[in-house]
Design a protein around this ligand. Sequence first.
Ligand SMILES: C[S@@+](CC[C@H](N)C(=O)[O-])C[C@H]1O[C@@H](n2cnc3c(N)ncnc32)[C@H](O)[C@@H]1O
Length: 450
Amino acid sequence: MKSAIGLSLVAGALTLSNEKTNFVAQQPLIRDACPSNAIIHNEECQPLPYDSSTTSTLAFQSNTTHILHTLDESRILASQTEDFPWTFWPECFSKKGGTEPYCVFSDQTFASGRGIFIVTTQTRAYAMLEKGAFSYPETLSRARHSSHPPFYTHDFPGKGRGLVANKTLQRGDQIFASMPILITDPELYSLATPDRLALLHRGISTLPVHTQSLFWALMGRSSTGDDPVDDRITTNNFEVRIDGAMQSALIPEIAMLNHDCRPNAAYFFDEETLTHFVHAIRPILPGEEITITYVNNELDRDTRVKRLETYWGFTCACSSCTAHPDLVRESDSRLQQIVSLQETLNDWSETSAALPAVVDLLVSLIEQERLYASLSTAYKHAAEVYSSFGMRWEAVRYARLSVELTMLDKGFADQDVNEMKMMAREPATSWSWKKRVGLKGRGCGCGKTH
Ligand SMILES: C[S@@+](CC[C@H](N)C(=O)[O-])C[C@H]1O[C@@H](n2cnc3c(N)ncnc32)[C@H](O)[C@@H]1O
């Protein structure tokens, strides 16, 4: 399940300028002070940290001290290297025992000058460069922020800022499409803390000034002297999957959304365009707060409360957390039944108890719990169950419903979306088609898994 966290500055954030030109005037001065194969560092000419004749096989080295190049030095090093894709020379640290170092890769031109920095290994960062977001910037056009966003910012007692709809939003209406200003590798935690923090602080200082202010406007959780950069990142980041690895991405606009266990908006991350999308998952009325879930909202009430307290530092006050204990018990019992019905529906063995009535009950329970994003998977189960009994039109109906919601919760090109699109066109092409026809009693009779 996804976990999020979020907050920060509002639309209009993309009217950022590229700060690159601010530094150009300084380059000749420092360049002239040292030979061409050296750079000033700590007021001395020091050899360039790479062999400029072999730039195609650059391997960034770990720092051995905490004296990093100044930003100007790093910018010059980067600009002296032919076809160098980053605005600053990456600073790096390795964990003890050394493997590939973790470095700060920063591109101030990303997304029309919004800028981004990535703290990860060279291998992963260069793989990200292959994404359309970097190689075909026009793919980011969907992410331009509207000058009339469908929300306004409001202060909620006990929650801080949040976003409120300023017009009726229908299911499927786009609320955000934004890119991260930073992506960090969770494996960074294997570095010594001062090294990890040095990389994060360096990263922030490499962002264009407007983007830095988006970052500093983010909410931090603690007032107890935690590192201010670290605190803002951990309070506001989203987990995203890039090239098969979990990464942490910070999208300041979307981080403004508060949590609700029964949210009215769903989100997903498109890794090709590095764009985080948020859509209404049910109608949202003007004046209503727009919310997402930070935790797996199919968990029981006490577990949700504990997770929100532990990881986000607040006491869950949404209606499903604060309801009368009798109502909470009933909700927990429905959630338990949802989990157990899902297990039944995933069972394609001969003894499976999956029947159309089972999936009808699952859909009904999820509707009762107002878990609209979870309906995407329930509809998929329904399409498959009806298909497995050769009930064409019911299968098509649920496949269509599943496509609509899965696109909002998992992404437009998610594998489930493609599968359900095919089912909606022709159920007989599905692997599940008539798998359970001829069933006697509860058994499936197919003896196959998928
Ligand atoms: C990502 S931020 C959300 C935006 C934040 N409210 C702000 O003012 O910038 C996450 C933080 O917002 C607060 N928050 C989010 N949802 C909340 C909720 N349902 N109840 C109380 N606090 C909440 C918590 O302090 C949480 O750590």
